[in-house]
Ligand binder design. Structure first.
Ligand code: ATP
Ligand code: MG
Length: 350
């Protein structure tokens, strides 16, 4: 019996602890109530003390009841937090609190959803990073091994063989150039993706700009028996953009057009519009399969055709082009037919 009473007393005391924050308010209200009664009715001091005592007992009951409710609610909240912390709740709909806590239930659900989304994004990022490192190391390995191979052959005696020594050195040098351009592309991509690509916009003369680009590609095009044309346009035409970055765009698009075309022609078409200048880089090369067109701007993507034919490349050029064009508030489009040719187009502000 004593044990039961003690238990009840302990639980009442515990409940009371949970309503501690209301003590002051309830005491002040009760005190004011007793004073008001004493003013309104002419009661003796003895009755007044009795009334005060009754009010205190009533307060105690109210506080224990409030404490009981609060304790239950806090226990509910604690148990949900504990389950979330221990990863026992994976579905947000498994979070259930009583009706009086529906607001908190909504907040918990939103919090868990956000955390789950963050974790999923982090996992995706970690996967993308490891894929990226995988591609990079694979791409770096090829030119490094090739250079090593030539140098080793030379060191093992070929250096004295006048029929091959120069050719081997030239090949090693060519691969070191490829390695350098691959590293530059990788640096560009990582700068772009970390948002560190700095742009410097200004107006520049288009005719002079394109002439220089054509000169740089002429030899490569002729080497593959390709004719390189540029359409007629106003010699004084100026466009607004980052000249160096746009040079990279034209270099990448033209070297692709030449690389993926044999004995055909490549045209740069410049068309003046009302507020912009439209550029088309059109070739009569191998073309791109319909179902692969969407992917060609993804970094490291190369079409199956190109990979099957072992045409050299890394699949970074167009990813860089796309970022640069987008940094000019424009977009790049592509049309292509397998075996017929490909056309890339974009506009720049004039
Ligand atoms: N003019 C084109 N004609 C046909 N296919 C093209 C053309 N331009 C791009 N492609 C396809 O798109 C892919 C991606 O092009 P991208 O320029 O990004 O990479 P790449 O030329 O393979 O290598 P690199 O990083 O050296 O430029 C190419 O591998 C090729 O399959
Ligand atoms: Mg390319």
């Amino acid at each position: 019996m004593l044990v039961i009473v003690l238990k009840k007393f302990r639980s009442a005391f515990t409940n009371l602890r949970f309503s501690k924050i209301y003590f002051r308010e309830i005491l002040v209200i009760s005190f004011l109530f007793v004073i008001l009664i004493s003013f309104l009715f002419n009661i003796t001091l003895q009755n007044l003390l009795l009334l005060f005592l009754l009010v205190l007992i009533f307060d105690l009951i109210i506080l224990i009841t409030i404490g009981f409710k609060r304790k239950n609610e806090i226990d509910e909240i604690k148990s949900v937090i504990k389950s979330i912390r221990k990863n026992q709740i994976t579905n947000v709909n498994d979070i259930k609190l009583s009706d009086s806590l529906s607001d908190i239930e909504g907040n918990f659900k939103a919090m868990l959803k956000r955390t789950q989304d963050d974790i999923a994004n982090m996992e995706k990022l970690a996967q993308a990073r490891s894929d990226f490192l995988g591609y990079v190391s694979h791409e770096l390995r090829t030119p490094i091994f090739t250079i090593q191979g030539y140098l080793e052959t030379l060191l093992n005696g070929a250096i004295n063989d006048h029929k091959v020594n120069k050719a081997f050195l030239e090949k090693a040098f060519k691969h070191s150039e490829n390695l350098n351009s691959l590293l530059n592309d990788l640096i560009d991509i990582s700068m772009i993706e970390s948002g560190q690509m700095s742009m410097s916009f200004r107006y520049f003369n288009l005719s002079e700009f394109l002439d220089n680009i054509i000169i740089e590609h002429k030899q490569y095009a002729e080497g593959k028996n390709n004719e390189l044309f540029i359409s007629e346009f106003n010699n004084n035409l100026e466009v607004y953009g980052d000249k160096e970055k746009l040079k990279q765009v034209f270099n990448n698009l033209l070297s692709n057009a030449i690389k993926y075309t044999n004995s055909g022609n490549i045209k740069i078409i410049v068309e003046e519009k009302q507020k912009t200048v439209q550029f088309k880089i059109k070739d009569t090369g191998i073309g791109i399969k319909y179902d692969e067109i969407d992917k060609i701007f993804h970094r490291f993507f190369r079409t199956t055709d190109v990979r099957d034919k072992s045409i050299p490349g890394t699949g970074l050029g167009l990813a860089i082009v796309k970022h640069i064009i987008e940094a000019h508030n424009s977009k790049i489009d592509v049309k292509s037919k397998l075996g017929i040719g490909t056309e890339f187009s974009f506009e720049l502000k004039k």
